[in-house]
Each structure stands twice: as C-alpha cells, then as structure tokens.
Design a binder for this molecule. Structure first.
Ligand code: EPU
Length: 442
C-alpha cells in the first residue's frame, strides 16, 4: 500500500518558549548560484536543508560544480563548468532554478534552461527576465520548450523592469557581475534577498552599487574569488512563527532575526493587538495573550507585508473576532488555502481577489497544502483549532520550513509527521489536490 505523509496537529493551546530562526531559503537559493561565477571555492554557511535548496544544489552539480556539506555549511567549487543546461527534471521542481541562467551566462556565455513548470498559485511567468536579458544584448530563443540564451559580447545596457521582480533582479545581478560590461537596473526589487546576493558578490570582488534600492549599477569585473558567507535570517519563517504565536494566543521569543526586515509585519501584528517587545538586538518577544482585533492586510513588495505571509496572516485572522480583509498585490490569486481553511470552519469569502474573513473558532479537519505558504497557513490554523488537523501535501512544507514539526513541538505544539495510507484520488481528495496536482512553486 502506498503511503502519504501528513502533519498531524492537535490544537494544543498557546505556543510558548524560544525559537531560533534559520537562514533564509529564498536567499540561500541564489547565493549558492553565485558559486558558478568563480573558479575558487565558495562556502555558504548555515544553509537550511530544504528540498528547494537540494534541487538548487543538484542543478549546480549538473553543471559541474562540486558540492559538499560540512555540517550546516555548503562548500561549492566551480573549478570548471561542464554543462550549461538545467534540465526539465530539475527546473520543473522549482521555478527559482530559472535564475541559474544568469550565472551560466556570466561564467560560460550560454545557458539552456527548461521552461519552469506549472504554478501552484496563478500565473508566474518569466517574461521580465527574458526582456531584461534582451536589453543587455543577450540573444534568447525558444527551442522546443527550452530557453536558450547566448551572450555575444559584454552585457551592457539599462534594464527597466515594468514592475519589480525578485528573481529577475537576481538573474541580472548574476549575469552582469562577471564580465566587461556596465549594467543598470531601474525598478529593481527591494527585497533583502537582493542586497544579500549583492553583498556576497561584492565580497567575491564584484562592483555592485545600490542593491536594496530601486536603482542598481553593476560594473562587471574580470574575475571573482572565493569567500565564506552567511545568508540573512529567514524573514518568512520568522513571520510564520509570529503568526503561529498570535493565532494560538501564545508568547514566543524569536531569536536570530533581522528586526529591520520585519517592520511591516510587526506593525500589522501590533495593530491587531499583539505585543512585540525587543529583548535583544536580534530577538523579539511576541506576546499575543491580550485582546486581539481584526485588521486588514494587503501583501505588497518589500518593505510591505510579504506575499509569502499573506496566507499565514489569513489563517491567523480567521481566529480573530471581527471582519478582516486580505488582498495580495504581488500574487493576486494566491488563495489555494482558502477552501482548506473553510473545511476547518473558517468563515471566509473570496470575491474578485479580495478575501473577507469573519474570525471565530476553528475546528480540526483533513486539509491539503497546495503550496509552501498555504502549508504554513494550514499549520498555523491547525495549532489554533479545536481537535485534530491533518495537513496533507507535506512535500510543499518541506520546501521551505526546516524541521517544522520538531520546532513547533519545542514551543509546546502537538505537531507530528505521520504516514497515512493513500486513498484513490476519486474518493476523498480535497478540491485543490485535483486542481493543482504536480506543480512547481518556490
Ligand atoms: N512576474 C512576471 N513576469 C516575470 C517575473 C515575475 O509577471 O518575468 C510577476 C509574478 O507573476 C508576480 C510578480 O511579478 O506577480 C513578482 O514575482 P517575482 O519575480 O518577484 O517572484 P519570484 O522571484 O518568482 C520570489 C520568491 C517567492 C516570493 C516572490 C515575491 C524565491 C525563490 N521565491 O519569487 O517565494 O513569493 O519572490 O516576493 O525567492 C516562497 O518562498 O514560497 C515563494 C514563492
């Protein structure tokens, strides 16, 4: 009999205690790609062992990079590049792998990357990446579902993003840091993961100015050297723990955070009545034992509330009496969690990309996580619900939350990974499973 994994959560009252936030998955994924730009070893420290990171490392190995773990650190050595392609088998597992295009272009002058796979939450195209490369003189063609990119000279020019894109900005940084061109990026994404990549590249000898602002200038250099680097803490993981604390009316101290990356999240939770106190330079106590009120949340680009926390915010607000409104301006259709939360008794209505939440008690149910952050949301709801919740689709959660069950349990939650016998999909699969099976996110 085939089995499927689930998170079994027994709503066990308020979370309490301390939790250490790990390194940012969405930074580590790009930092490891920077290793392709040097023939010297690059060590990225404290890398979370998540399935998305493992896919990224597999892509690097496919291109010829030597990859070795030393405890939590990853040693990467791209002495020579053997293969300039990223196969569909890997790209289809994770969209972010498209950003290896920039690194391969820089190091080898060419790249063949499969079209990223389907999407778990609405359209997620790569048109802005392609236009950016074209603006720098890269020739990009489509060959039977593969994008083939070739550089014929230095990458020089001005990229003007019609709207910011995190992956697109990372792709351009990687493509232009090594080489003789001068590239400018207008309307660059502001997310802290951009500045983190620029900082690593600059430590390797690159000349990148303005990362973290809308205007970035890259002076290509001849050579980049090896270095050691530690990624920024994961602001989305931190936010998910904050929302779990809030939804369970708990009192949790987060350690190892970058408070400046979480300003909007703090403001919104404070508006909802959660008390957030600085207990150290890198630690916050999140105390949700007081009275809470409904708030409206709109996810926008950094420095606003991140889209990656929109679903966990919705789960929290489902527990808060009153009416809240949730919108997502980055991924306006990122609402696969709603039907699942409704199975847990959440009173939510989604019309025209606007989610109206009438908070109240939740009850445990069997639900399915169609994407990573939907999984985060369902776990938050499960811990706040009466009774037992089983979150299926744990593979989605494994993409971005390291040792999630274990760490939540250390805060007093009752969360365990269990193996359940598979049922035929026609019998009792939740709707979202039928709609989005076999998809790539991240
Ligand atoms: N977009 C386009 N065309 C493009 C690129 C983007 O239309 O060529 C649109 C997207 O569809 C979206 C918006 O632009 O509506 C922003 O997308 P962006 O490119 O910024 O997102 P991304 O780089 O694909 C990263 C994170 C996501 C996070 C978004 C937004 C990684 C690996 N992924 O994706 O994280 O939601 O930025 O902050 O860094 C997650 O961790 O669960 C996750 C999905």
């Amino acid at each position: 009999m085939t089995m499927r994994s689930a998170l079994e959560i027994v709503g066990a009252g308020p979370l309490a205690g301390d939790v250490q936030v790990h390194a940012a998955k969405n930074s580590a994924l790009y930092l490891i790609l920077a290793s392709l730009l040097s023939d010297e070893p690059v060590v990225i420290e404290g890398v979370p062992k998540l399935s998305d990171v493992l896919v990224g490392l597999e892509i690097l190995e496919h291109t010829g990079v030597k990859v070795a773990w030393d405890g939590p650190d990853v040693h990467l050595h791209a002495q020579r590049v053997r293969d300039t392609s990223a196969p569909y088998r890997l790209v289809s597992k994770m969209r972010a792998s498209f950003v290896v295009m920039g690194a391969l272009l820089a190091r080898a002058g060419e790249a063949r990357i499969s079209m990223p796979g389907g999407c778990a939450f609405g359209p997620r195209p790569v048109d802005r990446h392609i236009k950016a490369f074209a603006a720098l003189g890269v020739e990009v063609s489509d060959d039977n579902g593969d994008f083939v990119a070739r550089r014929h000279g230095p990458l020089t020019g001005r990229v003007v993003f019609e709207a910011p894109t995190v992956g697109g900005t990372q792709n351009v940084l990687l493509a232009t840091a090594l080489g003789d061109g001068v590239a400018e990026i207008e309307n660059a994404a502001l997310e802290p993961e951009i500045a983190d990549l620029a900082e690593l590249l600059n430590r390797m000898g690159a000349r990148i100015e303005g990362a973290g602002t809308p205007f970035i200038r890259v002076h290509g250099v001849d050579r980049l050297s090896g270095t050691r680097f530690r990624p920024i803490p994961d602001r989305i993981e931190a936010g998910t723990f904050m929302l779990a604390a809030a939804a369970t009316r708990g009192d949790v101290t987060l350690r190892g955070i970058r408070p400046d990356h979480l300003v909007a999240v703090r403001e919104k939770l404070t508006e909802a009545g959660v008390r957030i106190v600085d207990v150290a330079r890198d630690a916050w106590r999140v105390d949700a034992t007081g009275e809470l009120t409904a708030v409206d949340v709109t996810a926008v680009e950094y420095p606003g509330i991140p889209t990656d926390l929109q679903a966990p915010f919705g789960a929290f607000l489902a527990t808060v009496p009153g009416v809240s409104v949730v919108r997502d301006r980055v991924y306006p259709d990122r609402f696969t969690h709603v039907a699942e939360l409704q199975r847990m008794g959440a009173r939510m209505e989604l019309t025209e990309r606007t989610l109206v939440v009438r908070g109240g008690p939740l009850v445990g149910a069997e639900v399915h996580a169609a994407d990573l952050r939907a999984g985060g949301a369902l776990a938050v709801a499960g811990m706040a619900a009466e009774g037992t919740t089983r979150v299926l689709g744990v593979e989605s959660i494994d993409r971005g939350y390291e040792r999630f069950a274990e760490r939540l349990s250390s805060l007093g939650a009752s969360v365990a990974r269990v193996e359940l016998p598979s049922v035929p999909s026609s019998a009792s699969s939740p709707a979202s499973e039928l709609v989005v099976g076999g998809v790539a996110a991240g």
